[in-house]
Write a protein that binds this ligand. Sequence first.
Ligand SMILES: C[S@@+](CC[C@H](N)C(=O)[O-])C[C@H]1O[C@@H](n2cnc3c(N)ncnc32)[C@H](O)[C@@H]1O
Length: 351
Amino acid sequence: MQIKEVARQLNTTTRTIRFYEEKGLIHPIKQENEYRIFTEEDLVRISTILALREIGITINEIKQLLNDGSRSINSYLNIQRSALFEKWLELKDMIATIDQMLERSNDGQTEMSEILELSEHLKNLKSIRKSWEDKWNFDSQAVDYDQNLKMHGYHFNVHQDYTRALKRVVETIQLKKGDTCLDIGIGTGNLGSKFIAHGVNVIGIDQSKNMLHECKKKHPEIDTRNGHFLALPVMDHQIDGIVSSYALHHIEDEQKLMAFEEMDRVLKPEGEICMVDLMFQNKSHRKAVIDHFTNTGNKVAVYSIEDEYYADRSVLIDWFKTNDYQVETYTFNPILSMIYAKKQIEGGSNC
Ligand SMILES: C[S@@+](CC[C@H](N)C(=O)[O-])C[C@H]1O[C@@H](n2cnc3c(N)ncnc32)[C@H](O)[C@@H]1O
């Protein structure tokens, strides 16, 4: 088939096809008269490239994808979806800021300082969303993660009540057959997978592609998605329940509040959240625990606590109450708590 016919069939231009050839994405046969001949296989490849370009994947990424047999198209689509959700949320924030600016300027008494304040707030949101980085390198922990959970005898065993805590989450959150549940920071799937037997659809979100790979290997039924606490790859109000275990303490305090806004965005009215994580009851409890470890010479414990972002449980409770959730907590040990929150229907109460 000649280039004009290919362009016609795929609803594109000959220029685009030549550009893909220049970039080394396609290799049509060149005849002696310099005319290019395209096979059926070339046609499939070009339509794949066009589809990937349509969803914003760059030429270089497409080249890697087409030349690297080890990575599936799914993994690229997954990464792309997560990036687009991040952009979408950024755009939503921008539109909300413009709305607020317009609202204030419509009353004719706007001070320039108010507009600047709103734009500063927007800048701040962007920087919170972008500032997270994986300083623990979870990709490198994925293969041995489950094995390491079983190890005992550490100076400071953060997984001391792991099995009990996950079980309690499953018993607390009220999910039924056909519901959709998000497990954020799913890791290798130890919590999310417990809902599959109950007929719940589980979406597992993690920022680590290797954790997601391990999770999918163990639990093919889980819909694994690249994503982030601060930009969940899910549309608004689609989710019945959100669970998370041992993940929240990897994001800073102000990021936690943004993560809650995100959970609230994707949750259906009356949705539930149940998280188990390393946290303190409040500031003075944190001080008392750290003082205890310092006085008993447990440097490992002090280092571990200070290397991560254990929540102040009282701040989390406040956020949920202010945002119309009914909240309950459960303490497993001095550093491990569960927090359960159920969104209340507007104008009513489900206590
Ligand atoms: C200690 S593991 C816990 C895994 C699993 N939930 C469990 O209980 O065994 C923490 C997981 O959270 C993920 N994680 C950490 N920060 C995250 C973030 N900001 N967004 C999404 N996932 C995150 C890590 O990649 C890792 O898989």
